[in-house]
Design a protein around this ligand. Structure first.
Ligand code: AMP
Ligand code: ZN
Length: 484
């Protein structure tokens, strides 16, 4: 069966066929690192992580190259440095690290390549040279601008009327632009701003720095090639960012298209508004992960199809956690045996995911497997649980040891699907209950009390733990506990 992806350029689902199945290339616009990522940003990272996993399953992990950039030079970063008095490099390093850690906690595999803008300045300068040589760029008042009239197909991705696009996206109007939609490739840097030497051949003076759109085009060309298989990002990036990437890359590369498939995730919303820093209605993934297991947040993020809007509520998280609890209860029955790998996930779930990442249908498949497991026993039950685990793992779930899942209010120790992506939600402590250490100590005291036939004390411990949200289950190997 074919893998089908909705291509935002063609505006339809298309069968996906990579140019080279031995080297499938995926690029996603990553974070601008001057603050923690909000949960809307995380939606993009998680959606494309799922795509990465589906591609890796289909073509082999060694045959997929996934690059997600780090934008570490940008006006917003400069502003943050001015406001906090911190050096730019400290800000970008701090938030790039935080981003990696938070995304790992959400089960997002580390991309194969994480190019930084500042690591590709020479490539950007070379690209500007080519664009100037092609007559697709011009220097004006200290800037180098891309001339959108040089690219006939400009606007094809967003498909909207150009004036409408400009009004909607608040493109900066400047008197030195030949066309109001022309965009900056290089701009002058003031003395207190980071800058690189502007080539004298451009007829400009003083240090300068690249425009945001150029960064991605240069990083893609350097890391993945002139034409890649899939380019992704949030819906808000279609215009002007992706439109500009498309135009400048094609003009710099003799007309070669930048990407063969374009994919965009829908917005995560708070009420009726898109979650965004400028509206101030953000929930940081970093904060959420202190209170919720990473897998519960991931579950919530994948609960709607990636192209649909997703309404973010506390209830969504509570439901997600509850559903995971039910799955983990079943998985707990079958301790993992490292010597026998999981079977293949059921075909129906693979098909759902290969149908443009249809997560609602894939979740329905997980629930159906759980029902089968609940209604059977013996080998049939074991098989259903194993297939359930395999399917969940394909989607980035069930990486916590079940007993830790129930012990840690934040999810317990995460096994990390790649070994590198260990979750930070591994503290095992609970914000609203006794710590794991305290529970273990009380259980030890209870065992002693029972040995001494002091059943009153043993019951007292059980009741006090129950009142604090900890359930004790006595079994042949002693007492186990979980948070209720
Ligand atoms: P930014 O750091 O704003 O450039 O955003 C990083 C990624 O998150 C981009 O792919 C954005 O399109 C995406 N994004 C930002 N806000 C949202 C949102 N509310 N819902 C979904 N994706 C978003
Ligand atoms: Zn980009």
């Amino acid at each position: 069966m074919s893998l089908k992806l909705y291509d935002s350029m063609a505006r339809e689902k298309r069968d996906f066929a990579p140019a080279d199945p031995k080297r499938v290339t995926l690029y996603v616009c990553g974070p601008t690192v001057y603050n923690y990522a909000h949960i809307g940003n995380a939606r993009a990272a998680v959606a494309f992580d799922l795509l990465n996993r589906v591609l890796r399953r289909r073509y082999g992990a060694d045959c997929v190259v996934y690059a997600r950039n780090i934008t570490d030079i940008d006006d917003k970063i400069i502003k943050a440095a001015r406001e906090t008095g911190e050096p730019i490099a400290r800000i970008t390093e701090t938030y790039a690290d935080a981003y990696r850690e938070d995304m790992a906690a959400l089960g997002v595999l580390r991309p194969d390549i994480e190019p930084t803008a500042t690591g590709h300045i020479a490539d950007m300068i070379a690209m500007i040279d080519r664009l100037l040589g092609e007559g697709a760029a011009y220097a004006a008042e200290g800037h180098v601008l891309f001339s959108i009239d040089a690219y006939e197909a400009y606007g094809q991705l967003s498909g909207a009327d150009r004036d409408e696009m400009l009004a909607g996206a608040r493109v900066e109007v400047a008197p030195y632009k030949k066309n109001p939609a022309d965009f900056v490739l290089w701009k002058p840097s003031k003395a207190d701003e980071p800058g690189w030497e502007t080539p004298a051949r451009w007829g400009l003076e003083g240090p300068g720095r690249p425009g945001w759109h150029l960064e991605c085009s240069a990083m893609i060309a350097r890391q993945l090639g002139e034409t890649i298989d899939i380019h992704g990002g949030g819906q808000d990036l279609r215009f002007p960012h992706h439109e500009n990437e498309i135009a400048q890359s094609a003009c710099a590369h003799g007309g070669a298209p930048l990407a063969r498939y374009w994919m965009h995730n829908g917005f995560l919303r708070m009420g009726s508004d898109k979650m965004s820093k400028s509206l101030g209605n953000i929930v940081l993934a970093h904060d959420l992960l202190k209170r919720w297991p990473g897998e519960a947040v991931r579950w919530a993020l994948l609960s709607a199809h990636y192209r649909q809007p997703l309404e973010w509520t506390d209830d969504l998280l509570t439901q997600s956690r509850r559903q995971l609890d039910r799955f983990y209860r079943l998985l707990q029955e079958l301790p993992e045996d490292p010597s026998s790998p999981d079977p293949e996930p059921p075909q129906s779930i693979v098909l759902a995911l290969e149908d443009d990442l249809n997560t609602p249908e894939a979740f329905a498949g997980l629930h159906a497997l759980r029902d089968i497991a609940a209604q059977t026993d013996g080998a049939a039950r074991t098989n259903a649980i194993l297939r359930l685990r395999a399917a969940g793992r394909l989607m980035g779930f069930f990486n916590v040891v079940p007993v830790d899942w129930f012990h840690g209010a934040t999810g317990g120790a995460t096994r990390g699907a790649t070994g590198r992506a260990a979750g930070s939600a591994a503290k095992g402590d609970a914000p609203d209950g006794p710590s794991a250490e305290e529970i273990e100590a009380l259980l030890a005291e209870r065992a002693e009390a029972r040995k001494a036939k002091n059943f009153a004390r043993a019951d007292e411990i059980r009741d006090s733990l129950a009142a604090r949200g900890v359930v004790i289950e006595d079994g042949p190997d002693g007492a186990a506990w979980r948070r209720s």
